[in-house]
Design a protein around this ligand. Structure first.
Ligand SMILES: NC(=O)c1ccc[n+]([C@@H]2O[C@H](COP(=O)([O-])OP(=O)(O)OC[C@H]3O[C@@H](n4cnc5c(N)ncnc54)[C@H](OP(=O)(O)O)[C@@H]3O)[C@@H](O)[C@H]2O)c1
Length: 257
């Protein structure tokens, strides 16, 4: 029997869509108060409303992860609403494509500001409250792209997702003194609005390259995050879980079978 997470509070950045929305839904089904954080109020509100309709506790909060002042405001509002912060899912991320030959400094910075600085600012804004919570779980949404695999057009994105893991390992040492853990989920190809925008050809060829022969679901990632948020995971820090249907395993097409 797992220890209940009832009445703990989670902040999910990028909680209005895709993987973050899956995390918000699965965490709420486990009795956790959910702060759905995104820049667009309408999407965040409708995600929070859906959760409330199915009996969970959720509220939408506006926050831009690339802006520390905005994240500080959001964290204070969450505490005013739910009384504290126990778990942080630093999930917001963007993945525009651009060849390295054409990439401008601005395009590079936009990806790094959201994916990398966004991770830092999310944690910085929540840390004072996590320290008070006497619990403290941080879960990053990294990716297989960058730390393990590559994809043409995603050199900036891959760099940002690998950087999150380098950040995490040093952060784990700084946070350990507060009994706060930080770990990362590394999704493969997960069916989300963002991924669907890449087109049917991309989705079909990806599914064919995965041993389990399907793309992942947002719940596949959410349950891995929920495990890392559990009391039972309290001795795990600075680690990663790949959730990719075995996509990174085959050495060749023949090995894929
Ligand atoms: N989908 C996949 O297959 C896949 C695979 C590996 C890793 N990942 C990672 O999973 C995470 C989520 O990806 P997804 O596919 O679920 O993306 P998505 O469907 O495009 O949703 C992105 C979410 O992030 C929010 N967001 C974007 N920029 C933000 C900012 N500056 N501040 C606050 N919120 C922001 C968006 O809301 P607003 O636009 O309203 O702010 C939205 O809620 C990302 O970190 C991505 O790298 C995804």
């Amino acid at each position: 029997m797992w220890t209940s997470l009832e009445d703990k509070t989670v902040i999910v950045t990028g909680g209005s869509k895709g993987i973050g929305k899956g995390i918000a839904q699965v965490f709420s089904k486990n009795g956790i108060n959910v702060a759905v954080v995104a820049r667009n109020t309408d999407h965040a509100e409708s995600c929070a409303a859906e959760i409330r309709k199915s009996g969970g506790k959720a509220q939408a909060f506006v926050g831009n992860v690339a802006d520390l002042a905005s994240m500080n405001r959001m964290a204070q509002e969450v505490v005013d609403t739910f009384g504290g912060i126990d778990i942080v899912c630093a999930n917001a991320g963007i993945f525009p494509t651009c060849s390295l030959e054409n990439m401008t400094g601005e395009e590079w910075d936009t990806v790094m500001n959201t994916n990398m600085r966004g991770t830092l600012f999310t944690i910085q804004a929540c840390l004072p409250y996590l320290k008070l919570a006497d619990y403290g779980r941080i879960i990053l949404t990294s990716s297989i792209t960058g730390p393990v695999t590559g994809y043409a057009g995603w050199s900036h994105y891959g760099a940002s997702k690998a950087a999150q893991l380098g950040f995490m390992r040093s952060a784990a040492l700084e946070l350990a003194r507060y009994q706060i853990t930080i770990n990362a989920v590394m999704p493969g190809n997960i069916v989300t609005e963002g991924l669907e925008n890449l087109g049917a050809d991309y989705l079909n060829s990806m599914a064919a390259s995965i041993p389990l022969k399907r793309l992942g679901s947002i719940e596949d990632i959410a349950y891995a995050a929920l495990f890392l948020a559990s009391k039972e995971a309290s001795y795990i820090t600075g680690q990663t879980i790949i959730v990719d249907g075995g996509q990174t395993i085959p050495e060749s097409l023949e090995a894929l079978g």
